[in-house]
Write a protein that binds this ligand. Structure first.
Ligand SMILES: N[C@@H](CCC(=O)N[C@@H](CS)C(=O)NCC(=O)O)C(=O)O
Length: 328
């Protein structure tokens, strides 16, 4: 694993020395938006109009941020319009690779890249920063539209509605303020909190992260005992952003990232809620536990130096969730 500095790859693990043992996630560098007519979005340049077959999504099945974009691609009917390439689950000194010698890893038929970093250099030869997934690629202009999952899912939520006819809105105007509030807490303490816990290199940094993480799990358990979904009375973006973290909780975060005060299955409401979202049409096909379990345990040498893949519990995500009884 490493990062690009002026277009050149440097193999370095995360620097936690300058931050008192804390893992600090860097911000994404490509922030353009696809819009129905190519008008500029909230940031970046215009010229990225919604067109069938023009865009391509590069993901890892293991990565929770990439997972959100796969979920939106599925539930918004975008699979016929936006292609996908899947990296190999092992992320080693060259970063994410397009080796295809693993079931489900596709290689890169679009750009013929060997590594995800090659896409970044192709898009911007002097690029600096981490070569992360997801990457939303524009085949017409040969560049990266966006590498920020929270913005890619908002494009997918509405930009292609004219093409797909799917007008379901997971980011409804009247709920935006509350969704943002819930997202902020879940992002900081849970989506990113598991990483802050797992990548901490001091006891204090770990204690702070894992404490906040389980406070949020308790808060969610209570909230979901009274309501079916996080905000409003139907599924919103806030639910879809939470799901990838919950799916990975018991197989990965509990052991590998030391998030072990409780398991997900110890929270009855949160566990049933996870099953309901997993069973939503189209979602199951975006989940690949083989890549998830392999990636984390094999790639993070500083956490698991012998690269032993644990046996793990078998969880029945298809068990009835019973949440239809609950007032929405
Ligand atoms: N802000 C990004 C974060 C994406 C991200 O951190 N992806 C991880 C995989 S889970 C990655 O590619 N890491 C490689 C690295 O940090 O070098 C987003 O949400 O899209």
């Amino acid at each position: 694993m490493g990062q690009l500095v002026n277009g050149v790859w440097q193999d370095t693990w995360y620097d936690t020395k300058s931050t008192g043992g804390k893992f600090v996630r860097s911000t994404a560098g490509f922030r353009n938006w696809i819009t129905p007519d190519g008008a500029p979005g909230p940031s970046g340049d215009g010229g990225f109009a919604a067109e069938s077959g023009r865009y391509h999504l590069y993901v890892s099945y293991a990565c929770p941020w990439a997972h959100r974009t796969l979920i939106f691609r599925a539930i918004k009917g975008l699979e016929p319009h936006i292609g996908v390439s899947v990296v190999h689950p092992d992320m080693l000194s060259d970063g994410w690779s397009f080796a295809d010698d693993w079931p489900g890893a596709t290689g890169d038929p679009i750009n013929g890249a060997a590594f995800v970093r090659d896409l970044y250099v192709k898009a911007r030869p002097d690029v600096s920063g981490r070569a992360t997934v997801p990457v939303l690629w524009d085949k017409a202009r040969g560049t990266i539209v966006s590498n920020e999952s929270s913005e890619i899912i908002r494009m997918f939520n509405s930009a292609f509605n004219g093409l797909t006819g799917n007008t379901q809105d997971f980011w409804p105007e009247e709920l935006r303020a509350e969704i943002e509030e819930v997202n902020a807490r879940i992002y900081d303490t849970l989506n990113n909190g598991v990483y802050k816990s797992g990548f901490a290199t001091t006891q204090a940094a770990y204690d702070e992260a894992v404490g906040a993480l389980f406070e949020t799990m308790d808060w969610l358990e209570d909230r979901l005992s009274r309501r079916r979904f996080l905000v409003g009375n139907s599924i919103t973006e806030a639910d879809w952003r939470l799901l990838p973290t919950l799916l990975r909780f018991d197989p990965v975060y509990h052991l590998h990232f030391k998030c072990n005060r409780n398991r997900l299955i110890d929270f009855p409401n949160l566990w049933a809620y996870t099953r309901e979202l997993y069973q939503y049409p189209g979602v199951r096909g975006t989940v690949n536990f083989d890549h998830i379990v392999r990636h984390y345990h094999y790639s993070h040498e500083s956490i698991n130096p012998h690269r032993i893949i644990p046996i793990n519990p078998v969880l029945d995500f298809d068990a009835p969730h019973g949440r239809d009884q609950l007032a929405a």
